[in-house]
Design a protein around this ligand. Sequence first.
Ligand code: LLP
Length: 417
Amino acid sequence: MSDHLIWSGCDTVRLAHEYGTPLYVMDESMMRRRCRRLAEAVKGRNARICYAGKAFLNIAMAKLVCEEGLGLDTVSEGELYLAHLAGFPMERVTLHGNAKTESFLSAGLEWGAGTVVVDSEDELKRLESLCALRGKRQTILIRVSPGIEAHTHKAIQTAQKDCKFGVPLAHLERAVKYALASEWLDLAGLHVHVGSQIHDTEAHFAAVSRMTQLLCELRGSLGFEARELDLGGGFGIPSLPGEAETPAEEFVSQILDRVDSSCEALGLRRPEVVFEPGRWIAGEAGITLYTVQSVKEIPGVRTYVAVDGGMTDNPRPQLYQAQYVVKLANDTTRPATKRAAIAGPCCESGDLLTADTPVPELHVGDVLAVPLTGAYNYSMFSTYNCALRPAVIFAQDGSARVAVRRQTLEDLARGQE
Ligand code: LLP
């Protein structure tokens, strides 16, 4: 039996040799299972799931999400374009973002995107004129930042008072009034996203109370009855392998119970609830493969294992102090006997996947796998130091296909004089 690391039935060392490293390998079956688990959790409960494409999106992923029957959140013209190329049914697509460009909004209108989540009063007006120009009425939600601080890294809290997202509470009524008066805007309800990588329901529960209260106030002041309440995403994944999985479908079901009871208590008609999970669907399904380029021991200080990727394909250690561990993909039986930093090739000392992790004896040419890298890694790739974007492989029950081919030097130079 091979002592290679197997991922969704595929030999990761063979994948590394065939497609080159760094390499993102996604367990397609796991992502499909997760879509189904969430779809099952909302079945019969007047709720739906929209996958948040920002976590991990390419044409293959858009097709997968489409086949699984979920909606899709897009946050840029680029994401929307990939959805379009994938043939994603546009009525199931939502446009997000706090600085939507005219071309993004226009593409959404042209292609018939189901919902635009409006983030500011300026956007309400800009969208309204674009709709008027086309004679098209657009369904919208208004995003609110209700002053909730989720238990997560500061950089990924998104509903606190001092926040760039959403219409400030102080101006919500004015914005709703404006939308209701517009012949081009069909206001379906409100949106909130409390943050990301969250492992409990506290912030979502707080959002439910706050949002249903707001809906109640808006009904009182403007006679507005919402058809939809979008509670965003945020369900976390383990930070390290071996930690317990966040039971997102249980959270979804408990949050829906809260919505039911809050609406009942306030005498509100229960709106359809939307969830926008990203990380929980893609995060645990992904591993990244690297090849060891050098092993350097500084006696009495630290051992640096340099690999062929790092902050360009995974900036999360630098941005959020995320911790990662590595597995030796070409010999899972070699015991971890020492500790080392795993360093990337970029010209700065901070380019470390981890500063200190247990490792076996390592040599040039060994293939390392970093688990839990399926979400916000590929999507945050940068070309610093002219790094080439790694390929993305979808692995499923022993067969592998290229979802995104590796960038070439020609790709890198394209468009340059
Ligand atoms: N909906 C909205 C409006 C969002 O802003 C986000 C994430 C989501 C849904 C999906 O959240 P999820 O279920 O994936 O937690 N780059 C950071 C994460 C940024 C999240 C931004 N918004 C990271 O690597 O941790």
